[in-house]
Design a protein around this ligand. Sequence first.
Ligand code: 2IO
Length: 416
Amino acid sequence: MRKLVEFNVLSGEFQENPYPTYAKLHQEKEILIDRRLNAYFVGHYDGVKQVLNSSEFTTAPLSKRAEPVMGDRVLAQMHGEEHRIKRRAVLSRLTGQLFQERYAPLITQTTECLLEKYISSGKIDLIKNFGKDYSVLVTLQVLGLPTDRYREIAVWHNGITQFITSLSMSEEQIDFSLDCSRRLIEYLTPIVDKCRNNPDDGFISSLCSISPGEQQMTTPEVVALVLNVLLAATEPADKTLAYLFMHLLQNPDQFQLVMQDRSLLSSAIDESLRITSPVQLIPRQALNDSNVSGVDIPGGAMVFCMIGAANRDPSVFDRPGDFLIRRRNYPGQPPLGRKAHHMAFGVGMHVCVGAAFSMRQIELTANIILERLSNLKLAPNQKLQEEGIYTRGLSSLCLEFDPIDYDFMSFSNSVN
Ligand code: 2IO
């Protein structure tokens, strides 16, 4: 049995640091309600799992949160045959084989190219100097889109994401987001048309070729699907990467484990996703009057699944605030907690379609960073700040490492 407790999701205190609120809701067995928004906030693992696995809680909020800026419905709004076919079409472009053959070289090249400028300085801000460009550039290349206008696209992406993830917006902000959406849709539309009329072997052409209904999708439908992938792949990527390095560098013993056995890197990414989930909230709407862990929820109410809280539920994960990459597998020791996976990618029928792909992407990039930047450390005296309550990430992460002198390298190469 849980009790319902008043909550202000927009309070500065919560925005600054949501983790004490999460700890309290676990300890006191609470479900939160923000009456200003008529929204319930469920943060315990079993409650979130129940909501996301139940057809009693729909993705209807996305028709207001996402559709106005996406131009049409996203995958999470679909069900049945249409959902199955479109989801499969996206998934078929994100396979391990395509990753190895096509995307890995692009990701490697992008990562190395972005690092290059900083190699000789011994310093890099993993968000501001690297992650922001990295996340957009990789996504554009995976989608087979040109990269020449990536800076504008990054701005449009931000405007659109603001709309989807804000819990309160001014008129000006709304106008800005809608403007970003118009521009990005205008940019993508002729590209989608071209892929339909002159198909190549890329992502967009393959989306154009499927027939989820009787016939192929309309251009706005494809554009919305492309936007869906563009946003979902870009927004969490730099956040995930920076959090991973933050945790590794703050926990030298765990860092050492990874350096000794690189196959542990994917467990480190999972642990980082658990402890600092880049998507902290998933919105749903109660279809009928229902009940979650003893709390009545009226039909029509908004229900936010607090992913970031559920992933720190002490009834599932022992020592939930500790970054322990072998928590489910310490040789000779019982696992730390129930045999349960984190829910950073969601669960249920709308579980992230890019989960496996993004794990590979982050693993590849993190491996290159670990190879290229030796003696990696957090820059001293930086106050680590996080922003966002829907998607959340570090505003900056300054790293230091041993600089490499390029003149010396080219000299030694020319001698050989
Ligand atoms: C794009 C918050 C970027 C998704 C969204 C309208 C649908 C869906 C998510 C994640 C991350 C985004 N929702 N991915 O929470 O595709």
